[in-house]
Design a binder for this molecule. Structure first.
Ligand code: HEM
Length: 287
């Protein structure tokens, strides 16, 4: 663009600039077509006539959309770790951390819903609960919290159950990181490398020793050091999400049972004890 043309463009007001945009979409793909907004925006169907139910639906749907991207990025990160290609894996993991930060912020929107607002439509939810979020379980499985019984609420949906079964049987991101430590010359116990990946991960002394070596001399092991910190970020954000969930739940339903049938706050507080990457937290005490 010449300087003269540029000057001409800046002289136009906003209406004139907007008038230059395409307006005939009879035969061209529009924004709404590309994003399938007709499908997306028709998917909010409150079951009550209570105004706050729309917020409740949208916050869950938006979280599920972000979880879809988290799964996509973490699956890529795991494949990149398998391929010893760590730089792009870091990029994917850093993106997930930013998504997690965003999800934590969204509790602030939900906490504008008071106990009176929520109880006005809670009965409409029946037994449905975030406890039955398949994508949440897939993320947990990817990060190493393998709990086979969590697949049961999905048995009636064969496609989803098959996907969860496959995720349970696939090494987690952390399993692959431990294999990488072995490939990079660390003496990892064969029991840790050949563990039953269907089981939840349990801390291993040889893995802790490897991380200790990395943290004691970051310059000599820079990539693994960076990988460790990316993993700690993921777990840290995950824990903050759990924490904001339980505080929001307590604020809205107190100590009532959950619609999913658990003890509610007591169940969610127990989940704060889950640790994905135990040795990465253990080494901090030893440094
Ligand atoms: C006022 C809003 C909310 C309340 C009162 C609430 C309540 C609960 C309760 C009581 C549980 C335990 C299971 C049960 O018995 O139902 C639970 C689990 C869960 N909720 Fe929420 N929740 C809320 C919002 C959300 C949102 C916005 C999400 C985002 C998707 C979400 C995702 C989950 C997940 C993934 C679990 C399973 C956690 C686990 O098993 O560790 N919840 N929720």
């Amino acid at each position: 663009m010449s300087d003269e043309t540029r000057k001409g463009a800046t002289k136009k007001d906003a209406r004139e600039l907007a008038a230059e945009a395409h307006t005939d979409f009879a035969r061209a793909m529009s924004y709404g077509d590309y994003l399938q907004l007709d499908t997306l925006l028709a998917a909010q169907k409150p079951l009550s006539d209570q105004p706050d139910e729309l917020l409740f639906i949208i916050i869950h749907q938006a979280t599920e959309l972000w979880m879809k991207l988290v799964l996509h990025e973490l699956t890529q990160a795991r494949a990149l770790v398998v391929a010893d290609d760590l730089q792009p894996a870091f990029k994917a993991m850093a993106r997930v951390s930013r998504i997690q930060a965003q999800l934590i912020q969204s509790w602030d929107v939900l906490s504008t819903m008071t106990p009176s607002d929520y109880s006005s439509f809670r009965s409409a939810l029946g037994q449905s609960s975030g406890f039955q979020s398949a994508q949440y379980r897939l993320i947990e499985f990817l990060l190493g919290n393998k709990q086979a019984q969590m697949i049961e609420p999905h048995r009636h949906l064969p496609e989803l159950a098959t996907r969860l079964d496959a995720a349970l049987a696939t090494p987690s991101l952390y399993d692959e990181v431990i294999r990488l430590l072995a490939r990079r010359g660390f003496a990892i116990d064969p029991a840790a490398l050949g563990r039953d990946v269907r089981e939840p991960y349990a801390a291993d002394a040889s893995v802790r020793a490897a991380w200790l070596t990395v943290y004691r001399d970051p310059k000599a092991h820079w990539e693994l050091y960076q990988l460790a910190e990316e993993l700690v970020d993921l777990e840290d954000w995950f824990q903050q999400w759990r924490f904001r969930h339980v505080t929001t739940v307590q604020r809205v339903i107190g100590f009532k049972r959950g619609t999913g049938g658990t003890a509610g706050v007591a169940y969610l507080r127990k989940a704060l004890d889950i640790v994905f990457f135990p040795e990465l937290w253990d080494v901090r005490t030893e440094l």
